[in-house]
Design a protein around this ligand. Structure first.
Ligand code: PLP
Length: 383
């Protein structure tokens, strides 16, 4: 006899309708949610294969690349990160890892778990990666074969110069491994033009699809390195030589794992919406709403952590004003206004808020809602 469930009353789960202005997930457009509710079909059904081909083409547009190896990994941004790291690095390799926030640190841990050596360039939180220091290290360590960095650090709100860093990687004969989880769709990312080699992103930020998938793209140089590996990739699931047979061209796909079919419908729709809007318009929209938010925050006396020269429009890190308790204000916003903003991480815990205006969350109404709710919270929660 099966044991009865301990909890007596259970029913269908209906979450509140929140305004999501945290560091992710961002709000998902109703069109994308509706796409997700369409009938599940077999993941090798010819109709679904067409959907996969279209997703690939749409991702090539989003990443601005012709790379044949462009696909969504079945897993969140961290899975895309791990895919790039474990495929590019072998035991004994050396990578230069730039750490200017939480996600650089995660990259370092993954590099070391591959048995590779991580030379770390640690930078103050809130600042972009310093390319002069990167060059100094590349010059001093010719054994470095991968330069890993985060384009848009979600933990701090700082944007690094991916074009310059990737050019440096090339001139010192190493591959660039680039985190575009928060940048893709929100600020320019030109994979081919900038010569980025192994690039991963996430669906839950500026693409505004539900969390759980990680688009990646790999240059010819990166693919060559994978083909020339001496040891098999330690992760079976993330081994790109196997995944490639599943996401390759046309109908000749071999089973690798059962794709998250409905999540992929959602990604297809979200990417289609990005294509309809156009990348330039999407970048401009993020910039416009960032300025709208900045003007309102100025009036409330709330200042930015990151210098405006490298501030992310889609992730606004601001100081918690003195005389307020971080968590108390955020709880008030959630309870009284159904509005989520993010707290600070690491060095910024308790000191900063992170206000995300990403993807579908980046619109005039959400900015107005945020400013009005913050004004109310500041009146109500003064210590
Ligand atoms: N990289 C960056 C810059 C991120 O902001 C995040 C998530 O916030 C990740 C990687 C990891 O993505 P996920 O949480 O989807 O695994």
């Amino acid at each position: 006899m099966p044991q009865p469930l301990a909890t007596a009353s259970l029913s269908s789960f209906f979450p509140s309708q929140r305004t999501l202005l945290g560091p992710g997930p961002s709000e998902v457009h109703p069109r994308v949610l509706q796409a997700m509710a369409r009938p599940t079909i077999g993941h090798l059904d010819p109709e679904f294969v067409r959907c996969m081909d279209e997703i690939k083409a749409l991702l090539q547009y989003a990443f601005q690349t012709q790379n044949a190896l462009t696909l969504p990994v079945s897993g969140p941004g961290t899975a895309g990160m791990e895919t790039c790291v474990v495929n590019l690095l072998e035991p004994g390799d050396t990578a230069l890892v730039c750490i200017n926030g939480v996600f650089g640190k995660r990259l370092q841990q993954m590099v070391e778990r591959c048995g590779a050596r991580a030379i770390c360039l640690e930078q103050p939180w809130g600042e972009p990666v310093d390319h002069e220091q990167v060059e100094r290290l590349l010059k001093a360590h010719p054994e470095i074969c991968v330069l890993a960095f985060v384009h848009a650090e979600t933990s701090t709100g700082a944007l690094s110069d991916a074009e310059t860093l990737a050019a440096l990687a090339r001139s010192y004969d190493c591959l660039s491994l680039v985190d575009t989880v928060t940048s893709l769709g929100g600020v320019p990312v030109y994979v081919d033009q900038w010569g980025l080699d192994a690039v991963y992103s996430g669906t839950q930020k500026c693409l505004s699809a539900p969390p759980g998938l990680s688009p990646i793209t790999l240059s010819e140089r990166a693919q060559k390195r994978i083909r020339q590996r001496k040891t098999p990739v330690q992760s079976w699931f993330l081994d790109l030589s196997l995944v490639m047979n599943y996401w390759g061209e046309g109908q000749q796909r071999t089973y690798h794992h059962t794709a998250p079919v409905n999540s992929l419908y959602a990604l297809h729709e979200a990417l289609l919406m990005l294509k309809e809007e156009g990348l330039t318009s999407a970048w401009e929209r993020h910039a416009t709403h960032h300025q709208q938010l900045r003007r309102g925050l100025d009036k409330l006396g709330i200042g930015f952590v990151v210098d405006k020269a490298y501030r992310l429009p889609q992730l606004n890190t601001v100081w918690v004003p003195k005389a307020y308790r971080d968590a108390e204000v955020r709880q008030y916003l959630l309870k009284a206004h159904n509005l989520e903003i993010g707290g600070g991480l690491g060095d910024f815990a308790g000191k900063a808020w992170r206000i995300g205006l990403m993807g579908y969350s980046s619109r005039p109404q959400t900015v107005q809602h945020c400013l009005m709710a913050l004004e109310d919270a500041l009146q109500d929660t003064l210590v």
